[in-house]
Design a protein around this ligand. Structure first.
Ligand code: FAD
Length: 434
């Protein structure tokens, strides 16, 4: 059987060479079996391998096929929800730990890139943007909170005159600039993690400790003395299992699947702009995201295209007229791009929890999971892999704190949860316009 391909995108068109991995056939075993070869699954495999565990990673499609290979690539501290929501449940002391660990998630990226020689265009510098006056107050308050309550120093609040020295747009009134967060080519980062895990290139992991199987969808999970992940043609046994399937699980673990909603989000890549025109748009090459609920996010690619993301969809079909709508959004921020063609448009699903807080934990004694990254997963997935690897290795203190965050199931189960979410989202969209 041919190995599945990535969906067409600018990332797939500029992916580093990577080996095909075999289909799972017959019975195999390892210390740990991981479902999903996105950043979360591969990070778990890498962290376990660094601790001496043998690991099998089963991927339904191809390494980086999911959100990890399609995302905006903006690696930011924090979680999908405001940290105050987590504080309301866990109290300040534990929320502060979670905040600090989210920063570790950002710092891990550059460390791994350095340690394993991953080529993925990592570029520090990120900004959150204010569109309306109330957003400016929000950013100011946020900066104060970050510094005074959460110990996160170094952000800069830029007024319109200052921001326009870096960003050629009239759309924003202020920016909260963070030199520590940044952006990368997410598919190449994910492929690089896979290479590191299997011991290729500069990796110090012994070859054979991590085995990856592509085109190997898990269709059943059995929990007994051992964990067994079944695919159409084989089965993988481990002392531990880890489920890192994001929003793509299909009737495998209802207790997980009812606690997130798959929400589509989209990105377009313009035609190459040339170095001069691209640099004139974002002079310091930072990534930017506005703070609307349905947000725009953008950055330049290494070959000087505008990569512009936004929109949401609650249906399994792509919205009609996607290319021209994405173009409209981009031109709304940069009218000077009105004459520029769009070369690629693609989308993927986010795993949004009801509170947008992360949903990480264990089912029984030996099945672990992390989901609910809620559109904020580039850095947090890497951290989730580390936290779960630690727990499997007998150090569960960090995972235990994440597991205390309560998550409600979406009302309506599989079939009827979408209409409820659409109503809620319409309300938030309306708030963006006010
Ligand atoms: C368009 C888009 C833009 C985004 N932009 C950003 C951004 O700029 N910044 C940010 O922080 N976050 C962003 N996100 C979110 C971020 O990309 C995700 O949170 C993160 O990549 C999730 O990683 P993951 O490993 O959990 O999931 P994925 O990368 O989706 O990997 C899960 C893998 O599991 C596999 N799988 C699922 N079910 C099975 C099964 N039964 N058997 C075997 N394999 C299975 C899937 O095929 C998939 O490859 C974006 C997401 C999208 C879709």
């Amino acid at each position: 059987m041919a190995v599945p391909t990535h969906i067409p995108s600018w990332y797939a068109a500029t992916a580093n060479a990577a080996p095909d991995h075999p289909l799972l056939q017959g019975e195999h075993s390892a210390d740990v079996v991981v479902l999903g070869a996105g950043i979360a699954g591969l990070s778990t495999a890498l962290e376990l391998a660094e601790r001496g565990y043998s690991v099998m990673v089963l991927e339904a499609e191809r390494v980086g096929w999911g959100a990890s290979g399609r995302s905006g690539g903006q690696a930011i501290f924090g979680y999908g929800c405001d940290i105050s929501k987590i504080e309301a449940q866990l109290g300040y002391a534990d929320a502060r730990k979670l905040f600090d660990w989210s920063v570790e998630g950002v710092d891990m990226i550059a460390e791994r890139i350095g340690r394993y020689g991953i080529e993925c265009d990592w570029t520090p510098g990120h900004a959150h943007a204010a569109i309306k006056p109330s957003h400016v107050d929000e950013l100011k308050q946020w900066q104060d909170d970050l510094q005074e309550r959460w110990g996160y120093a170094g952000t800069e609040l830029w007024n319109q005159a200052r921001l326009q020295q870096e960003l050629a747009t009239e759309r924003y009134r202020a920016l909260l600039y963070d030199p520590r967060s940044g952006h990368l080519h997410p598919l190449n980062y994910t492929l690089g993690l896979a290479q590191a895990a299997i011991g290729a290139g500069n990796s110090t992991i012994p070859k054979g400790r991590v085995r990856i199987f592509e085109g190997s969808r898990v269709i059943g999970i059995e929990q007994g003395q051992q964990i067994v992940f079944r695919t159409a043609q084989g089965q993988a046994r481990g002392k531990f299992g880890v489920v890192m399937g994001n929003a793509w699980l299909r009737h495998l673990l209802p207790q997980l699947e009812t606690r997130y909603m798959p929400v589509g989000t989209y990105i377009c890549a313009s035609a190459p702009l040339g170095a001069e025109r691209a640099q004139a748009l974002i002079r310091n090459n930072m990534a930017v995201a506005d703070i609307n609920f349905v947000l725009d996010y953008f950055r330049l690619s290494s070959d000087q295209r505008m990569l512009f993301g936004g929109r949401c969809s609650y249906s399994s079909l792509d919205p009609p007229g996607l290319r021209s709508r994405m173009r409209q959004r981009m031109v709304g921020v940069f009218p000077q791009l009105a004459d520029v063609a769009i070369d690629y448009v693609w989308g993927g699903y986010l795993d949004i929890t009801m509170s947008r807080a992360p949903h990480w934990g264990r089912i029984g004694n030996s099945l672990y999971f992390a989901q609910g990254f809620s559109g904020h997963g580039i850095a947090a997935t890497g951290l989730a892999g580390r936290v779960i690897a630690e727990a499997i290795d007998g150090q569960a203190a960090r995972l235990d704190i994440y597991q205390r965050i309560k998550h409600h199931a979406f009302p309506g189960g599989h079939l009827f949860r979408t209409p409820a979410l659409v109503l809620a989202m319409m309300w938030y969209r309306l708030k963006d316009w006010l």
